[in-house]
Write a protein that binds this ligand. Structure first.
Ligand SMILES: Cc1cc2nc3c(=O)[nH]c(=O)nc-3n(C[C@H](O)[C@H](O)[C@H](O)COP(=O)(O)OP(=O)(O)OC[C@H]3O[C@@H](n4cnc5c(N)ncnc54)[C@H](O)[C@@H]3O)c2cc1C
Length: 400
């Protein structure tokens, strides 16, 4: 088979998923990850629709189910922590349809553990330059090493380094949805047990979920904002932005959470954005996951697109016996429609949070009614759209 040596930039979800499948087909993948070790952090992520079948074919579904969040439900709370409404988990999620929910870092760890013996991992490094030639791609790394690979895959997220080197500036491909998210670990100071709290304020939403068998909690902050000027690698600056945006928030838990942000080892902050590109491949280089088609956390489909994308890309490379030009073309052809319908799930992100005090009051009244409404009435349309989108691709059986 041709083109067996494949460099993958990014060791979160898309990168290790692709490495797992490629090594199964006899390719020799190398993963380079910028952080010094496997990156921790992230909130609950969904594995939905076709992605569940991909996880099954990757033989990681039992591991995923063992690490399931096992969420029991959640409570909308007022500023003084008094419950507004309490809902069982299956009111919002689609576990009943066979979908799964797992902490992002657990899925990343499962994929890494599956591949660490068969795949070369380089931590704490990054691609500094890429030059394509007839016979391969000459790569230099930031730490100074130079190597040649047959193919390069950018699975390095929203701010993809490979995309920048091979396709051009991020500004040409990113679509800001006028919101930001921040996620980090805190102590389980409210003693939640597989339970989540939800708090709204004008333009803001915060949730808190017990993790690590309730020994810790994970917080998720969301706020609407026009584009902010900050360095996406400077977490001290991002913590300050978060503190400024939530300084006047009246939720009782807020002072504890904002203090925890400064101490959190896994602090994550990013814009709610999508990546939209006319093509994902250029010669021997292609993009995968958020790097190519980030649907944004507002769609809830980033992880599923990354898993399905890895399955299709690896399968097409194996089917074409390493003929990258036809494999990359097929990968785009097979994935385009699925990506597009899932990006649409992000909808109008601003509607996710009430923007004014009046809208907040109306939202609170609607939430009070939720427990008394049949699920079908309250979330039916949203659930149906999501189910259609998450299944909007027919998986080929690439088994060798
Ligand atoms: C820490 C973290 C927390 C997240 N939390 C959530 C969440 O709670 N909810 C949600 O919906 N989505 C979250 N996401 C995004 C989610 O993981 C993706 O949408 C989805 O799983 C697709 O994954 P991906 O592998 O394509 O991209 P990502 O998960 O973003 O991974 C990209 C990887 O590339 C690495 N990388 C970046 N630059 C370079 C470089 N120059 N060289 C080498 N490696 C590089 C990053 O360190 C990271 O490990 C999170 C991502 C991260 C990294």
């Amino acid at each position: 088979m041709k083109n067996q040596n494949i460099l993958i930039s990014g060791g979160s979800i898309a990168g290790p998923a692709l490495a797992h499948l490629l090594s199964r087909y006899g390719f020799r993948p190398t993963v380079v990850e910028r952080t010094p070790r496997l990156r921790e952090g992230g909130y609950k992520v969904d594995i939905r629709g076709v992605a569940v079948e991909v996880a099954r074919r990757m033989e990681i579904l039992p591991d995923i189910r063992r690490a399931s969040t096992n969420m029991r439900g959640g409570t909308f709370v007022a500023n003084n922590n008094k419950p507004i409404a309490t809902m069982p988990a299956d009111f919002f999620n689609s576990r009943a349809q066979g979908d799964d929910e797992i902490m992002r870092e657990d899925l990343s760890r499962i994929l890494y553990e599956r591949t660490r013996q068969t795949v070369e991992y380089i931590f704490g490094d990054s691609i500094a330059s890429i030059e394509q030639g007839e016979e391969g791609v000459a790569v230099t790394f930031e730490r100074g090493e130079s190597r040649t690979f047959d193919l390069v895959v950018g699975a390095d997220g929203l701010h993809s380094n490979v995309r920048g080197l091979a396709f051009g500036a991020e500004a040409d491909f990113i679509r800001h949805l006028d919101a930001y998210v921040s996620i980090f670990t805190t102590s389980n100071f409210l003693h939640l047990e597989h339970w989540e709290l939800y708090h709204y304020a004008p333009g803001k939403f915060v949730s808190l979920y017990s993790s690590r068998d309730s020994s810790k909690a994970m917080s998720f902050f969301f706020f609407s904002s026009p584009q902010l000027d900050y360095d996406y690698r400077d977490s001290a600056q991002q913590k300050q932005l978060l503190a400024t945006h939530f300084a006047t928030d009246k939720w009782q838990a807020m002072p504890h959470l904002l203090k925890a942000a400064w101490d959190a080892p896994d602090f994550y902050f990013d814009s709610v954005s999508q990546i939209q590109m006319e093509r994902w491949s250029a010669g021997r280089i292609t993009l995968l996951g958020d790097a190519a088609y980030c649907p944004s956390p507002a769609s809830g489909q980033g992880t599923s697109l990354a898993l399905v994308g890895a399955y299709v890309l690896a399968g097409e490379l194996a089917k074409a016996a390493g003929d990258y030009a036809s494999a990359f073309a097929r990968y785009e052809q097979v994935m385009r429609g699925y990506v597009s319908v899932n990006q649409k799930l992000a909808g109008a992100v601003k509607d996710f949070v009430p923007q004014t005090r009046v809208q907040l009051w109306l939202r609170t009244q609607a939430i009070r009614l939720l427990p008394y409404l049949p699920k079908s009435l309250a979330v039916n349309k949203m659930m149906q759209d999501t189910q259609r989108a998450t299944n909007a691709i027919t998986l080929e059986d690439y088994a060798s």
